[in-house]
Design a binder for this molecule. Structure first.
Ligand code: CA
Length: 222
């Protein structure tokens, strides 16, 4: 849990501990990166505004070392929009003020997803997915386009697998949110947009087509 406002940090930590999690606290950017390196958490709850360097930089640095789920806390809705636009690699966003109940629900949903995707998870389909020049190896969680490997975050990978499993089909954002993020409500569709943007940046702008007002479809080159 990374947040310099200690009352928020401590109440989040208290709630997550009550849910059975082990929680470590950091109050600035540099110590967050150091603690993530040492403690290897399954998930990081990360505020954007931090002393030292900000949550975006923390997110970049910890994601560069190992894949880890990040739930980012933002001060306002327009800050969320900005971060979605930047596609910083957070798995989910929560705008302040949030209820502890909502925070706990998001944390559980993210960790369920990591469990599913892990080596002991339910999906053990080893068959590579090939769509045009895109090749996805699910057992190794590796992606190549036109022979060039792309490095994706776990959430980006899961989203790509969902889109590539039904090529050319238009998948509504709400459905992607439910299937990839495990959310029942549609309040986080901007999170989907953020990850599509990141996939385009890493794999080519032409890979995923936007169907305005509906969702996305994957269309690889032959
Ligand atoms: Ca803060």
């Amino acid at each position: 849990m990374v947040e310099d406002e200690r009352t928020i940090a401590q109440s989040v930590a208290a709630r997550l501990r009550a849910e059975g999690f082990t929680v470590d606290l950091a109050y600035d950017g540099p110590s967050a990166v150091a603690k993530a390196r040492a403690g290897k958490p399954d998930l990081v709850v990360l505020d954007v505004m931090l002393p030292g360097f900000d949550g975006l930089e923390v997110c970049r640095r910890i994601q560069a070392e190992r894949p880890v789920s990040v739930l980012m806390l933002t001060a306002r809705g327009d800050e969320t929009d900005l971060l979605v636009g930047l596609a910083v690699g957070a798995d989910d966003y929560l705008t302040k003020p949030f209820s502890m109940r909502e925070l706990a629900a998001r944390v559980h949903a993210l960790l369920r997803r990591v469990d599913r995707a892990g080596p002991s998870g339910g999906h053990r389909d080893e068959t590579p997915i090939v769509v045009g020049d895109l090749e996805i190896n699910r057992s190794e969680r590796r992606v190549r386009r036109a022979g060039v490997e792309a490095h994706l975050t776990p959430t980006e990978f899961d989203l790509l697998v969902h889109l590539a499993s039904r090529p050319r089909a238009v998948l509504p954002r709400e459905r992607l949110l439910a299937e990839v993020w495990g959310w029942a409500d549609a309040s986080g569709t901007r999170t989907v947009d953020s990850h599509v943007k990141a996939l385009r940046r890493k794999l080519g702008a032409d890979l995923i087509r936007t169907v305005h007002g509906v969702g996305y479809a994957l269309e690889a080159r032959p």
